[in-house]
Design a protein around this ligand. Structure first.
Ligand code: PLP
Length: 378
């Protein structure tokens, strides 16, 4: 077994694994389960600072993104796709798949979305039904200021769809304050439950837009309106994955019980970034650093594959490379959720010190020692 220090899926704490093994009732017929489901949804909303309704869907993170687009998009709808990373651009596929017209507004991939540039664009073009934006674009670790972005979009009457799968609960998300209409999350990132569930937080404006549709939603699983009235009618659109939801509930109880979850992520992330720089390695981005993942460039003379396989073989630690435009160019360390603990990062840096030494890459300082000093003093 490897120590999983990837930017999702993450390691899963024991109480979450145990919760998944509890005896199950019939989730279709036992009204106690309907109560449990609703309470779990309310807990998620509470932790995201919103009155909006949360729905847990059976399917991993991608289903949430597809459901948001499927439920809003009608033939010919204009959608603004904000792109400064792979998931950002990828939203265009879901938009067009359901008949929408995606205008991709691209920014450079080394910096967070420039809100002033966005504002300039919106001044002349704002005839959009909704816009999509990614909170943390994980393949490059790019964090966007979704609060400023969504508030600005709403000012122009544009609904907002946010993918915060790999940021939420490592980075603060305040749905009401940020004015997010559809927020998508997943179980396997900072939530620290296994992959398999997505949840979507739906605003009244988004519900109204779904009611105002003239055509049917071209999907069943990705149709958020199939949950309408589930609580009153004690009827789910399909049988809920009860064990997954037991695990998810335990994961959220863990988050609720921890007072300083965001400070923990910030401390670990900041010490991690400082360590990388002090050792003479290069952080991949110029701005937009997420507290859930750190991404650094591959030093001269070695490959991502060499680093990743030596970490696995010699230290039993799994880190991630990346894909698409970033394939072979970077290494990603996931410090989100249960992973974000100093002991884990000490092990990672201990391993990286050894791996770089073995591969003949000289560093300006020991990663492990630097991190230990920084974290003690933080
Ligand atoms: C992980 C992730 C998802 C979910 O997709 P997977 O296929 O489960 O990886 C969606 N969006 C972002 C930004 C993610 O990091």
């Amino acid at each position: 077994m490897y120590k999983i220090m990837t930017p999702g899926p993450t390691m899963v704490p024991e109480n979450v694994r145990m919760a998944r093994s509890l005896e199950c009732t019939n989730p279709d017929l036992d009204t106690e389960f309907v109560e449990f489901y609703k309470e779990t949804c309310e807990l998620i909303s509470e932790l995201l600072y919103t009155e909006n309704e949360t729905l847990i869907l059976s399917g991993e993170g991608i289903l949430g993104l597809e459901a948001a687009c499927a439920s809003l998009t009608e033939q010919g709808d204009k959608v603004l796709v904000l792109d400064n990373g792979i998931y950002g651009k990828g939203f265009a596929d879901f938009v067009t798949m359901y008949g929408g017209e995606a205008d991709i507004l691209s920014f450079d991939y080394e910096n967070e979305i420039d809100v002033l540039k966005l504002e300039d664009y919106l001044k002349s073009s704002h005839d959009y039904k909704y816009a999509t934006v990614v909170h943390c674009d994980t393949p490059s670790g790019m964090l966007n200021d979704i609060g400023s972005i969504c508030r600005m979009l709403k000012k122009y009457g544009i609904l907002t769809v946010v993918d915060s799968v790999s940021a939420m609960f490592g980075e603060v998300v305040k749905v009401d304050e940020f004015q997010i209409d559809l927020l998508c999350g997943g179980s396997q990132k900072a939530v620290s439950a296994p992959p398999g569930l997505t949840f979507v937080v739906v605003s009244e404006d988004a519900k109204q837009a779904m009611r105002d549709r003239k055509t049917r939603i071209a999907s069943f699983y990705a149709n958020l309106t199939t949950f309408e009235g589930y609580y009153e009618n004690k009827w789910f659109p399909y049988t809920m994955p009860i064990s997954d939801i037991y695990g998810l509930r335990a994961a959220f109880e863990n988050i609720k019980a921890e007072k300083d979850v965001y400070e923990r992520h910030a401390r670990i992330a900041s010490a991690t970034r400082e360590t990388i720089k002090k050792a003479g390695l290069k952080l991949h981005q110029n701005s937009g650093f997420s507290n859930t993942v750190t991404v650094f460039d591959i030093p001269e003379g070695v490959t991502a594959e060499q680093i990743l396989s030596a970490m696995k073989e010699d230290y039993k630690i799994m880190l991630a490379g990346s894909f698409d435009a970033f394939a072979g160019k970077v290494i990603r360390i996931g410090h989100m959720g249960y992973n974000a603990q100093a002991e884990n990062m000490v092990e990672v840096f201990h391993g990286l010190d050894g791996v770089f030494h073995k591969l003949g890459v000289s560093l300006n300082a020991s990663l492990e020692e630097t991190f230990k000093l920084l974290i003690i003093n933080s």
